[in-house]
Design a protein around this ligand. Structure first.
Ligand code: BV8
Ligand code: ZN
Length: 294
């Protein structure tokens, strides 16, 4: 599936290049809420693709915004298999910080608007599914049932030796990480010996966060399920994502490519904006509840 998704990327870029070459000026996306609500009122199968921006108003820093740095690193530097191999202590400090932070946060009106809309549409035999890039589980906490977590979750671990996957919401996840993970740039790395990092209850192997790191493939079943929803949908919402991480960045433009309406909810334009029919500028904690109100 990843191949076909990646294959789609090349024809998408070809199309974008050819339209640029043909000097075709794309219509600017509409910000007409009444027009959107008309489309929303008729849609039978809606996909909501969300990114870190939907959790920003819950107090969780986004990746590319002001709070996007942890110490002197950005996520792309440490959310990789190479970083974990080289320095599992540092990577575990990064995830321990995010686990503790997220455990103290709650869903915001944007998460709740999606969960409420899903329930209301279901009562009319219509479908809304959330496909999220986020690993904070706030969509689950808000009550969303139809949910695909593309990149895993902060609160599952996977054993690097036996592959055993477990839920784990302990804070800290192990004694050696207590009080560690501070985000300030001058914080000294804790250099925790590997033997004192989270270990597997079954085989004592080193545990890792059960998330998709940069350079790792997404779970093919989840990717397949996402592809199916995207292929079936007759409306796509793109909420709080910079649309720069693949393959997720490709999903909404590919839906737009099928002539299906796409509505973007963001505080700014993104590389995807010009492909979309609607763009609602503002904090999605305010714009989304308005857009999905029934
Ligand atoms: C893959 C989990 C096939 C971990 C994440 C070289 C080698 C290998 C692969 C690549 C390579 N070069 C490129 C790639 C592909 C790579 C990629 O896309 N890189 C990018 C950087 C170019 N992708 C991958 O590696 C993926 N796998 O391709 O597999 C493969 C395999 C091997 C070899 C080749 C190919 C895996 C990607 C998944 C990485 N894991 N998360 C963790 O979280 O710790 S990604 C992580 O970053 C998030 O999950 C999310 O996806 C991404 C951040 O993006 P956003 O969610 O959009 O957040 P961001 O901060 O960027 O933007 C926030 C937005 O919200 C902004 O637009 C802002 O304006 C807006 N906003 C803010 N506040 C609000 C708001 N909007 C509304 N209201 C507000 N209040
Ligand atoms: Zn194990």
């Amino acid at each position: 599936m990843a191949f076909c998704v990646l294959g789609r990327r090349s024809n998408l870029f070809r199309r974008m290049a050819s339209s640029a070459a043909a000097g075709k000026v794309r219509e600017r996306p509409s910000s007409d809420m009444a027009a959107f609500k008309e489309v929303f009122g008729k849609a039978r199968h809606i996909v909501a693709l969300t990114g870190a921006g939907i959790s920003a108003e819950s107090g969780i820093p986004t990746f590319r915004g002001a709070g996007g740095l942890w110490r002197k690193y950005n996520a792309q530097d440490i959310a990789t298999p190479g970083a974990f191999l080289a320095n599992p202590s540092l990577v575990w400090e990064f995830y321990s910080y995010r686990r503790d932070l997220v455990l103290s946060k709650k869903p915001n009106p944007a998460h709740f608007a999606l969960a409420k809309a899903e329930a209301h549409l279901a009562s009319e035999g219509r479908r809304l599914v959330v496909i999220t890039q986020n690993i904070d589980e706030l969509h689950r906490d808000a009550g969303t049932k139809n949910l695909l977590e593309l990149h895993g979750t902060l609160f599952r671990t996977r054993c690097t030796s036996c592959g055993h996957i477990t839920e784990n919401r302990a804070s800290p996840i192990c004694p050696s990480l207590a009080g560690k993970g501070g985000p300030e740039p001058d914080t000294q790395d804790a250099r925790i010996p590997e033997g004192e990092l989270p270990r597997c209850a079954k085989c004592a192997g080193l545990l890792r966060p059960h998330v998709v790191w940069f350079g790792e493939s997404l779970d093919p079943d989840i990717l397949m399920a996402a592809q199916h929803e995207l292929d079936q949908c007759d409306l796509c919402l793109v909420i709080g994502t910079s649309s720069v991480v693949y393959p997720a960045a490709m999903f909404a433009p590919a839906v737009a490519d099928r002539g299906v309406p796409v509505a973007e909810f963001n505080i700014e334009s993104t590389p995807g904006t010009e492909n979309f029919g609607f763009h609602f500028e503002g904090f999605c904690g305010s714009t989304l509840p308005k857009a999905l109100a029934v």
